[in-house]
Write a new protein. Structure first.
Lengths: 186, 186
DNA sequence: CCAGTGATGTCACTTGATGACATCACCACC
DNA sequence: GGTGGTGATGTCATCAAGTGACATCACTGG
């Protein structure tokens, strides 16, 4: 029994993505997004800290799942094996919706401000993974390095997966990238 | 001689850093920075694209030097050895001014918008290094992975160097971090 | 001496973002 | 059934970032 139309946040997310795709990020005003969702600009900023954040609403959940997978890895697993488990979880969560991922990523890639925001989300992921590794008893700087290396693999593999509509699935692409990283640093 | 006071850009950089340090980034307006430099806000935006960019004026030169060092590495050098040469160049350029680096980094670390900007500069560095590696004949995804791995080492080592006033110098810290990365991914 | 040029100033404007306050529908409790 | 609380929203005012258009002003080259 909603007092207002339900799921204001979801409507704002949807309206924003549609407008960002059709006219571009900069050409879209917050007032337009809110109007399309049947709300006002002031309300938009109650749901999202700024105009970019609306595209990253799912990142907190992604981070939580990655960390869960990392800490749940077998105690005997090496740091990079634990990171690998986190990457598997990421692939499971993002590996669907190739089309939607591609669309969203295209918006992000076409705007520097959005790329900045994406990078800081990745950095947050990285520090969360490093925290998880330290809780597993991994010392510094190994924990940070393994976490950052995992994020590198994630980014490179995700980009590759996005750009190859008929390539292997995300999980496979990530495992391949991880193998290549081992080879190239070795 | 100069029609106006010389080095407007340098005066703006200096004024901005002073104000960002003393009152914080958000609490400083562009009008204040410009006034301290004897200029107007409009002129500030002719020198710097936005309020954050003034802190990253040297990044283009840093990038050029890293790429130069990378492409100048011996032809027989492996991808990671070439990246290592770039890191040596970075250490030579940034390894001085421990005090100033620390001050600037403290401003950046205390503000999310500035951290975003720093991350995108790092990403730019990474793609430039990957380009350089490809010019050296390194294929994808190895070029991207080696470049990103190099940036990871750079970031982790720089942070470590900043936080340890009496630790080893930057070049040494970077070499150590690179060794640890090899160990942890191996 | 004069036209051109480049750096700056002035003005007007849009938009992102925020604080203060009002409103309005529902809910719990007496 | 009131009655007051609560949470989500709207309204209004305001600030600061950023930009376009145009003026100015000092020097430079012919």
């Amino acid at each position: 029994m909603a007092r207002w139309e339900a799921d204001a946040s979801g409507r704002l997310r949807e309206a924003a993505l549609e407008l960002y795709v059709s006219r571009g990020f900069e050409q879209t005003t917050v007032a337009e997004i809110a109007a399309r969702a049947g709300l006002t600009a002031r309300t938009f900023f109650r749901h999202f800290a700024d105009k970019r954040e609306v595209l990253f609403a799912g990142s907190a959940e992604l981070q939580a799942r990655l960390v869960d997978a990392l800490v749940a890895a077998p105690e005997a697993a090496s740091p990079m094996q634990a990171v690998g488990a986190a990457l598997d979880a990421a692939a499971a969560l993002l590996g669907q919706n190739h089309q939607r991922s591609r669309q969203r990523q295209s918006v992000i890639n076409s705007n520097p401000e959005l790329r900045e925001r994406e990078l800081i989300k990745m950095a947050s992921l990285s520090t969360a993974l490093a925290d998880g590794l330290r809780r597993r008893g991994v010392a510094e700087p190994d924990a940070s390095l393994a976490a950052e290396a995992g994020i590198v693999v994630f980014r490179v593999a995700f980009e590759r997966w996005i750009s190859e509509p008929d390539g292997p699935d995300l999980a496979r692409t990530m495992r391949d990238a991880l193998d290549r990283l081992k080879a190239v640093t070795g």
